[in-house]
Design a protein. Structure first.
Length: 331
């Protein structure tokens, strides 16, 4: 590949972050916009590459200067064929991404799952730097996972390794608990331990304890129990509120059990925790204490440090290391 600029694109269900970097990951330009809403894949990528051109124009460069483009998407990507599956947030299920991208760009390309590229980013320049074996977990609305073994992403037979949301961490998996979201759709682990699960559990706990609008957690949510979410609970747990800390006990216990199982199976050097909960020192410390009850295997538990740039930087790293396709040149 000739020397040039790299572009990393992290496409989420609601937001898309795009970076222009050099080969060392130094950011030259970036933009964050709402994820494109288009019914047809061709329209989606036409609009996406309009944004690419606009971003490059801010630094007086064009796509001819681009050496490679890496893209992370919220679905399972066959990195050999470029076909994406299991992507409910976007109308791209079963689509050949290479075929859709070719009309707009010819060059080095890397396509992967969004959590995989976040793990690559943290492995390259973040909390997992220098670690040969690591697990990346993103805990937000849901729970995403990625596994790096011997400095290489482990993808599994169908490119779905790391789908930890479907871990079974409760004692009666045939029963759907009233405090969880739909476990068939989202997975047992995710339904208990994600930000969504924390919110569901918190609202039930507050209702059962007859909390009113004066309760500190409810006040944090604008005085309405139905508006309470994980951020409200975590913020007060961090501040020492005993009710918030009690609410967090159940989700943290489930998360610790899930992580301990991953540690027992894979023996990573570290587990990197990303997503909104990574900002809570209380959450990380409580997790660390509980994991020690489940396993004697020593593993570092660290918060992600790259924030929302991890996925786009990881996409850049992916195209530098394992380009999916190389054509004559960008156009």
């Amino acid at each position: 590949m000739t020397e040039g600029l790299m572009i990393g694109i992290d496409i989420g269900g609601t937001k898309t972050l795009m970076l222009v970097t050099d080969r060392n990951g130094m950011i030259q330009a970036q933009q964050k916009k709402p994820t494109i809403q288009a019914e047809q894949p061709s329209a989606f990528f036409a609009l996406l590459f309009e944004q690419v051109h606009q971003l490059l124009a801010t630094i007086d460069r064009t796509i001819i200067d681009v050496e490679g483009i890496g893209i992370g998407l919220p679905g399972a990507v066959n990195i050999e064929t470029g076909v994406i599956t299991h992507i409910p947030a976007l109308p791209l299920d079963g689509v050949s991404l290479i075929e859709q991208i070719q009309p707009f760009y010819s060059g080095a390309l890397y396509l992967d799952n969004d959590v995989n590229v976040a793990a690559l980013g943290e492995h390259w320049q973040g909390a997992g730097s220098g670690k040969k074996h690591l697990i990346m977990l993103t805990v937000g609305t849901g729970i995403g996972g990625a596994v790096i073994l011997n400095d290489t992403l482990f993808r599994g037979a169908n490119y779905t390794a790391g789908e930890v949301s479907y871990l079974v961490v409760d004692h009666q998996p045939e029963q759907v608990s009233s405090v969880t979201v739909n476990s068939q759709e989202f997975g047992r682990f995710e339904s208990h331990a994600s930000g969504t699960g924390i919110g569901v559990y918190a609202r039930q706990w507050l209702t059962e304890h007859r909390a009113d609008h004066t309760h500190p957690i409810v006040e944090q949510a604008g005085g309405q129990i139905e508006q309470v979410n994980a951020v409200d609970v975590l913020r007060l747990a961090e501040a020492g509120n005993p009710d918030a800390q009690q609410i967090m006990t159940v989700p943290i216990d489930y998360m610790a059990a899930g992580i301990a199982s991953m540690i027992a199976l894979l023996n990573p050097e570290c587990v990197v925790i990303g997503g909104g909960v990574a900002d809570s020192a209380y959450y990380i410390e409580q997790l660390h204490q509980r994991i020690r009850y489940f396993t004697p295997i020593q593993t570092q538990l660290v918060p992600a440090i790259l924030g929302n740039t991890a996925g786009a930087l990881g996409a850049v790293y992916g195209v530098l290391q394992h380009p999916l396709a190389i054509y004559k040149h960008s156009r």
